[in-house]
Design a protein around this ligand. Structure first.
Ligand code: NDP
Length: 331
């Protein structure tokens, strides 16, 4: 028997969370690698799965946790053997498949990545899906021509998980980072991660009133979406790119027009971490070990236990979590 955070839905539709013992026989039968989970984490999507919001979880009871790092215990696949350290993000684990909020997880070998050399399982989960996705966003911006010295790079939702890691990576690579936050009290934290300027959320939260505004940003990692993304598009410098990562502020591009694309050659780059091909996953994890300073990463971590998820799940959905929550599933 192992300990897990189990989400259930009652006949009245109410979703409840409970830490209970599950047997290994209950783990997904189709999995070919069993992993002794050491750390998981809390991402925005975990908040949705923990609270039964957004329709992500269809079958109950369910074990959430969209990412984890740990040690292979048994493997029916030649690529992994007992004792190997591994990381998992994406593939709808924790949504459609039992996930990492458990002392053991059983998954497909195709979904795993070997733990990058030089990274502990704890640090890998300090990165987690949020940080991994931030790196995919920075890689996409650079693949489209972004270089240090081009001007300020905007990071929206900066004090959240994606935003914090993006800020630290960009600053470490020599970019000037303008961090957008709705929490002015996080200013010192964001400057500590390397942000040069703090931009108040209110300055960008309203839908644009005209198709083009002053050219201000050489790039953008956007975790917020909605009206803020529409607004940012009007302020991009000529030929520059926005990496669209999230929708913490909404899904509809209110007030957006195609004019920034047509008159300024602005690129809107979609970033998906879930179905990312294996080679690009490995490339992103290698870049993380190279370009994300570990002291900055550890400075953004809030440690947690499975029991803490009861309150942290709803809290992240209200923008109430700063940086990265790392869950020690064995604590
Ligand atoms: P967090 O909750 O940690 O961060 C989101 C941040 O957005 C908040 O901290 C807050 O930052 C800001 N924010 C929240 N609500 C609003 C609002 N109404 N208007 C403007 N800003 C707001 O979540 P994550 O960093 O884990 O995820 C961020 C987004 O990225 C989510 O939408 C998530 O689903 C998405 N995502 C997408 C992935 C992909 O593969 N494309 C992978 C991972 C995440 P502040 O307080 O600084 O203003």
């Amino acid at each position: 028997m192992v300990k897990a955070m189990v989400v259930n839905k009652g006949d009245d539709g109410a979703v409840t969370r409970q830490i209970r013992e599950i047997s290994e026989a209950e783990l997904p039968a189709d999995g070919d690698v069993t992993v002794a989970v050491e750390y998981s984490t809390l991402n925005y999507k975990d908040g949705l799965c923990l609270t039964g919001s957004g329709g992500l979880v269809r079958n109950f009871p369910h074990v959430p946790g969209i990412d984890f790092a740990g040690t292979v215990e048994t493997s029916a696949d030649g690529r992994y053997k007992p004792g190997d350290k591994v990381v998992l993000t994406g593939w709808r684990v924790g949504e459609a498949w039992w996930g990492g909020y458990s002392q053991k997880a059983k998954v497909k070998a195709d979904w795993l990545v070997p733990l990058p050399a030089g990274l502990s399982t704890q640090d890998a989960m300090a990165v987690g899906t949020a940080g991994f996705t931030s790196m995919l966003a920075v890689m996409a911006l650079e693949d489209h021509g972004l270089k240090p010295g081009a001007g300020p790079v905007l990071v929206t939702g900066a004090a959240g998980g994606v935003g914090s890691v993006a800020t630290a990576i960009l600053a470490n690579k020599g970019y000037e980072v303008a961090a957008v936050t709705g929490r002015p009290e996080t200013g010192d934290y964001l400057k500590g991660l390397g942000a040069t300027t703090i931009v108040a959320r209110d300055d960008l939260s309203e839908a644009p009133k005209r198709p083009l505004d002053k050219e201000s940003w050489a790039g953008c990692v956007d975790a917020v979406g909605g009206a803020m993304l529409s607004r940012v598009l009007t302020q991009m410098k000529y030929g520059c790119s926005v990496a669209a990562v999230g929708l913490a502020g909404g899904a509809a591009l209110e007030g957006a027009t195609v004019v920034p694309f047509l008159l300024r050659g602005v690129n809107l780059l979609g970033i998906d971490s879930v179905m990312q091909p294996y080679d690009n996953r490995v490339r992103a994890w290698e870049a993380i070990t190279r370009d994300l300073p570990m002291d900055k990463l550890r400075a953004m971590v809030q440690p947690a236990t499975l029991a803490d998820l009861e309150t942290l799940g709803p809290s992240i959905l209200k923008g109430g979590v700063k940086g990265r929550v790392v869950v020690d599933v064995n604590a």
